[in-house]
Design a protein around this ligand. Structure first.
Ligand code: RIB
Length: 306
């Protein structure tokens, strides 16, 4: 089915506390507003794509605990096909401990649990989900061997690969050369390339260096600086949308999910990045990961007024 989105990735329950600021090492702070939200970069991207109109399937692993049940129910409520999300008999569902400071910036520590047991064979078992013209979304919260298998399956089945390299780790060019679009944020770009990413000139140079490793297109999400899009021919900087920042959690996931849907429907890289840019902006205006992901109507409204 052309334009179908397949996400191979993580599902976490996010345990979130608001705090006046981030604590220093060894410091205890009094925070407020403890909440739990469905999260995980993979599941966030799946829900982000479904909310803006994508037909989405997810491949992943949760535990046989209450968090796992809640995450699966939430995927179903958002119309995401989760037949290939397995329930691990031993491991707990992944959790993310998140602190959101008054300025909306977060820190996240993930205990991967069942996500860490997603195996290449799980991806092979789901290979019939991948077809010509589909878009595969990958992140790095699952074992690299599963990511590599997904890239391999996509290559043999004509599925385009979009990689959000988060959390960043070094990747070899044998994998990168089969990636159609890589979408790091500024700090991930620095970690991937080992280059400075302080100024826009630095970021542009690092993004070109990443492209030179074999990945076809590079999109760097820059928060309040907008989005840098680099393909074979052009370099474009999309301006940011001006919004009130409540919580930046899942802004990158909102970007990737909406981007994939627009790409799957035949949009150009820049058109798809515009969708992503709008979805990311809307996501920071609300608290939590999946509750903050915008609907198609909200997205179109922001694009129409920009
Ligand atoms: O990208 C945001 C996500 O990162 C959170 O939902 C959390 O679960 C971590 O995976």
């Amino acid at each position: 089915m052309a334009g179908h989105i397949v996400v191979v990735g993580s599902l976490n329950m996010d345990l979130v506390v608001r705090s006046p600021r981030h604590p220093s090492p060894g410091e205890t702070l009094l925070g407020s507003d403890f909440r739990t939200f469905p999260g995980g970069k993979g599941a966030n991207q799946a829900v982000a794509a479904a909310r803006v109109g994508g037909i989405v399937s997810m491949v992943g692993r949760v535990g046989q605990d209450d968090f796992g049940t809640a995450l699966l129910q939430n995927l179903a409520a958002n119309g995401v096909d989760a037949v290939q999300v397995k329930r691990d008999a031993e491991a707990a569902t992944g959790v993310a401990l998140i602190t959101v400071a008054a300025n909306g910036q977060n820190t996240i520590v993930v205990a991967p649990g069942a996500n860490g047991l997603l195996a290449p064979s799980d991806v092979t078992a789901a290979k019939d989900l991948f077809t010509d013209g589909d878009v595969l979304l990958l992140q790095l919260e699952i074992p690299l061997a599963a990511v590599a298998r997904a890239v391999e399956v996509a290559r043999t089945r004509g599925t385009r690969v979009v990689l959000n390299p988060a959390p960043a780790q070094s990747l070899d060019s044998a994998l990168l050369k089969h990636v159609d679009v890589i979408v790091p944020n500024q700090s991930e770009l620095g970690l991937l390339t080992g280059m400075a990413v302080e100024s826009m000139e630095d970021v542009t140079a690092a993004a070109h260096a990443l492209r030179a490793t074999g990945v076809k297109n590079v999109i760097v999400t820059l928060g309040s600086e907008g989005v840098l899009v680099i393909d074979e021919m052009n370099t474009s900087l999309l301006p940011p949308h001006q919004v009130d920042v409540v919580d930046t959690t899942a802004a990158g996931d909102a970007f990737v999910g909406a981007f994939a849907v627009a790409l799957g429907r035949g949009g150009t890289l820049v058109e798809a990045a515009r969708w992503g840019n709008a979805a990311g902006a809307l996501a920071v205006t609300k608290a939590g990961a999946q509750p903050s992901l915008p609907s198609r109507a909200e997205l179109e409204q922001l694009l129409a007024t920009a």
